[in-house]
Design a protein around this ligand. Structure first.
Ligand SMILES: O=C(O)CCC(=O)C(=O)O
Length: 304
């Protein structure tokens, strides 16, 4: 089943149809939401909610928001504001998924961790009943000092890394979860793909400097080498974390051949594209790279 990008039908009809279709082998519309989150929690919520509602109105069955959706401000406040999974932020997004009857990926929020001076950077996937379908905690933390390029981050000072790769099985297909800097670790996506992922989610707040150089190239590379769709919602513009941070934007959806299907321009906004999992199967059948791997056998490397 396919939906037109400009579908203006009531959301309930299109979502119900897609969920009752042939599930993982059917096709559906996905949307990436691009945000400019700051330390203003209410403003961030309103911005995200309005764009998610609009994406659903246009027929999206899966809507994804960026890393740091609910808060992108000073690091000390980030930890102080961290909430457990049964806190108000997760509840708000769960209610929205249920009322719109969509799969909703909260790209990330600050989840309370066991240690008081740290939080997790956590993605939460809700199903159309509002139930939590999967939780992923960012594995690779952004600790870099690019000197003259002016990019300096020590994410591990405030964030406790996750320990598990997560692939969520849904009626729409299997979704491999990741966050931002994870994008640079090709072997991580190989693990997700081997565990069944046909769609890879990369909610991000990629820096303006590194994004200009690497964002599109890395996303398209991950799509091509894993022969999977990549859904990459991103933060854009300046944030108010002591004036240090600016994000690249350019949220996109890329197909398993590496073609950019949809891209958001300047500022907050959204983009939709059709996800057709039969295309994944066809490309994997025609060019079975997963069966042609030799390095592991020859050099003993194993990603599992
Ligand atoms: O990998 C990069 O260049 C950006 C990563 C990043 O901004 C992050 O993980 O927050």
């Amino acid at each position: 089943m396919t939906f037109a990008k400009s579908n203006n039908e009531p959301i309930r009809e299109t979502v119900a149809a897609s969920l009752e279709s042939d599930g993982p082998s059917g096709s559906f519309l996905a949307a990436v939401v691009q945000l400019n989150s700051t330390s203003d929690l209410d403003a961030n919520w309103c911005q995200a909610r309005d764009l998610i509602v609009e994406a659903a109105r246009r027929g999206a069955s899966l809507v994804a928001t960026p890393e740091n959706t609910n808060f992108l401000g000073p690091h000390d406040r980030k930890v102080a504001l961290a909430e457990p999974l049964d806190g108000p932020t997760v509840a708000r997004f769960a209610d929205l998924a249920r009322s719109l009857r969509i799969y909703l990926l909260l790209g990330s929020y600050n989840e309370r961790a066991a240690t008081p001076d740290r939080c997790h950077n956590t993605s939460v996937l809700f199903d159309p009943t509002g139930a939590i379908r999967a939780v992923y905690r960012k594995l690779h933390l952004f600790d870099v000092d690019l000197g003259a390029r002016g990019v300096r981050f020590q994410e591990s000072a405030t964030v406790e890394p996750g320990t598990e790769p997560i692939v969520a099985k849904t009626a729409l297909g299997s979704l491999g979860m990741s966050i931002c800097y994870d994008l640079r670790f090709a072997e991580f996506y190989q693990v997700l793909t081997e565990r069944g992922a046909r769609i890879l989610a990369v909610p991000s707040a990629f820096t303006a400097t590194t994004g200009q150089a690497h964002w599109e190239v890395l996303i398209r590379a991950r799509a091509i080498e894993n022969q999977a769709y990549v859904i990459a919602p991103a933060q854009t513009g300046r944030h108010d974390d002591e004036g240090l941070r600016a994000s690249h934007g350019e949220s996109m959806i890329v197909d398993p051949w590496g073609v950019v299907l949809a891209r958001v321009g300047e500022g907050p906004g959204l983009a939709l594209a059709e996800i057709d999992l039969q295309r994944v199967e066809r490309i994997r059948r025609e060019m079975p790279v997963a069966h042609h791997r030799r390095c592991r056998v020859m050099f003993g490397f194993d990603s599992r």
